[in-house]
Design a protein around this ligand. Structure first.
Ligand code: ZN
Length: 422
C-alpha cells in the first residue's frame, strides 16, 4: 500500500486531516521507519488505539507478509546492536534472528528490551513487515515482551558464531575469530563531520574479507588474532564485508589463526549466484577476449577507459595508454569476465606498453594487440584468483593471479562434478 493510501486510511480512521497525516507519514518513512511502525506511531500521536483484535499466536514458519502483526514465542539466536539516526536523534536498535522449531525470522527491536542470544521470549503484537519478499518482525513500543523461564529448544546454533566464508550481507549480531592481514586509518566525511575509521582485510581458515571499524580500536593491528563479537555484514563492491560498530567487542585470542594462502576455489555459477566474493579462485576455459582489451586509453582525470578520446565524465581528453584484458571465463556452470590489469596483461601479451605501441604502429591499428592476446588465451584453461563483484555491470573478476591449468579439461570437469555431488 502506498503512503497516499495509508494516509487516507489513517485519516478516515482517526477523523483528522489527510494532508497532515500524509506529511507525518512521509517524514517518518524518509527516516527509514518501517511503514507499519510509522502508522502505529501516528495512531498513538493522534489518539487512536491500535486497530483490530489481539494478534494471533503463530509459529515462525507460518508467518507471511500478509500478516499485520503476530504473537510469537521464540529463541533469540542473535542480538546485534546498532545505532541509527531517527528523527534527528541517535537511536540504538537491536537486530538479529529469532527461531522456533518451525523456522527462523529476522527481527528489529526499536526499544531496548535487553534481548540476548539464548533468551526465550514471547513477543506479543510484533509487527510484520516485508523485506526482499520475506516477512520480518518489528518489536516496538506496542509490542509486549515477556522472557520465558523455560528454554525453547530449536534446531539452530545460538550466538551467531561463524567463519568468514559463511557470512552474507544483512547478517547481524555475528561473532567471528580472525587475523588482521591489513589495516589502515582513513578519514571520511561522516554525519558528524570528519571522522577516522579503520579499514582493511581479515582472514581465517576459510576466507579473506574486507572490514571496516567505525569506532577505531587499538587492538586492531596488523597480524593480531582477534575475536569480534557483535559484528554486522554489509555489501561492499558486490562482496560481503565485516563491520564493527561501537557495540562490537574485540578481544585478543590466545590461539593463532591459521590463514590459508590460497583463495577458496568455487564453481563459477555458484560464486556468481552468491552475489560476489572478496577473494576467490575460479577455474574455466577462456571462451572470448572482449573489445576494450589490449592497448587502451584511460582518462588522466578519472582513469576510465576513453572511447575515441571521449571520457564519459570529462569529455574530450588526452588519453593515456594502458594495457588490459577482459576475458570471458566459462566452466560450464556459468561465466564471468576476468579483468587483468597492466601487470598481468603484460605477462600474457609477452611485452609492455612499448611493444604494444610498436605493434599497433606497424599494423596501423591498435586492435592487433588484443588479437595477439586473443590468440594466446582463447580455448585454454586458466585458474583466476581475484575479487568477484556482481552488479549492474555484470559479473567481473578483478584478477590478482592468472595461471594456465595443465590438467586435462576432462579431469577438471570430473573434479568439479565430484565437488557438486558432495
Ligand atoms: Zn574522466
Amino acid at each position: 500500500m502506498s503512503v497516499e493510501d495509508r494516509a487516507e486510511e489513517l485519516a478516515s480512521d482517526l477523523g483528522i486531516d489527510k494532508e497532515e497525516v500524509r506529511e507525518d507519514l512521509e517524514n517518518l518513512v524518509s527516516y527509514s521507519v518501517p511503514m507499519d511502525e510509522a502508522v502505529q506511531s501516528l495512531r498513538r500521536k493522534y489518539g487512536g488505539g491500535s486497530s483490530g483484535a489481539e494478534p494471533e499466536s503463530k509459529a515462525i514458519g507460518e508467518i507471511t507478509t500478509d500478516d499485520g502483526s503476530v504473537t510469537v514465542t521464540a529463541r533469540v539466536l542473535t542480538a546485534g546492536k546498532r545505532s541509527i539516526r531517527y528523527q534527528g536523534n541517535e537511536q540504538v536498535i537491536t537486530e538479529g534472528v529469532l527461531a522456533d522449531s518451525t523456522g527462523t525470522i529476522d527481527y528489529t527491536a526499536w526499544e531496548e528490551f535487553g534481548l540476548s542470544p539464548g533468551d526465550t521470549v514471547t513477543a506479543g503484537n510484533a509487527g510484520v513487515r516485508e523485506w526482499d519478499g520475506h516477512p520480518e518482525l518489528n518489536l516496538g513500543e506496542s509490542t509486549s515482551l515477556v522472557f520465558e523461564d523455560e528454554t525453547l529448544e530449536v534446531p539452530h546454533e545460538v550466538g551467531g558464531e561463524t567463519d568468514l566464508a559463511s557470512v552474507t550481507p544483512g547478517d547481524r549480531g555475528l561473532t567471528v575469530e580472525a587475523r588482521v592481514l591489513e589495516v589502515e586509518t582513513r578519514t571520511i566525511d561522516g554525519r558528524d563531520g570528519e571522522t577516522e575509521i579503520l579499514s582493511g582485510v581479515l582472514a581465517d581458515e576459510s576466507a579473506r574479507l574486507p572490514f571496516t571499524d567505525w569506532e577505531p580500536r587499538g587492538e586492531i593491528e596488523e597480524g593480531a588474532d582477534l575475536r569480534f563479537e557483535n559484528v554486522y555484514i554489509r555489501e561492499f563492491r558486490g562482496a560481503p564485508s565485516v563491520n564493527c560498530s561501537e557495540f562490537t567487542t574485540v578481544s585478543t585470542l590466545d590461539r593463532s589463526i591459521e590463514v590459508s594462502d590460497g583463495a577458496p576455489r568455487r564453481l563459477v555459477g555458484e560464486a556468481v549466484e552468491s552475489g560476489g566474493a572478496f577473494d576467490v579462485e575460479l577455474v574455466g576455459t577462456i571462451v572470448a577476449v572482449r573489445d576494450g582489451s589490449g592497448l587502451i586509453q584511460r582518462c588522466p582525470e578519472c582513469g576510465r577507459v576513453v572511447q575515441k578520446g571521449q571520457c564519459r565524465s570529462h569529455g574530450q581528453v588526452d588519453g593515456e595508454d594502458d594495457l588490459r584484458v577482459k576475458a570471458i571465463l566459462d566452466d560450464g556452470t556459468g561465466t564471468v569476465t576476468a579483468i587483468l590489469g597492466t601487470d598481468l596483461t603484460r605477462e600474457v601479451y609477452g611485452g609492455g606498453l612499448e611493444e604494444a605501441r610498436e605493434q599497433a604502429r606497424e599494423a596501423m591499428d591498435q586492435k592487433v594487440v588484443a588479437d595477439t592476446i586473443r590468440e594466446r588465451l582463447v580455448g585454454r584453461e586458466y585458474a583466476v584468483r581475484g575479487s568477484l563483484s556482481v552488479d549492474e555491470y555484470g559479473a567481473n573478476l578483478n584478477a590478482s593471479e592468472f595461471a594456465e591449468v595443465d590438467e586435462p579439461p576432462t579431469e577438471r570437469a570430473r573434479a568439479l562434478l565430484a565437488e557438486v555431488a558432495e
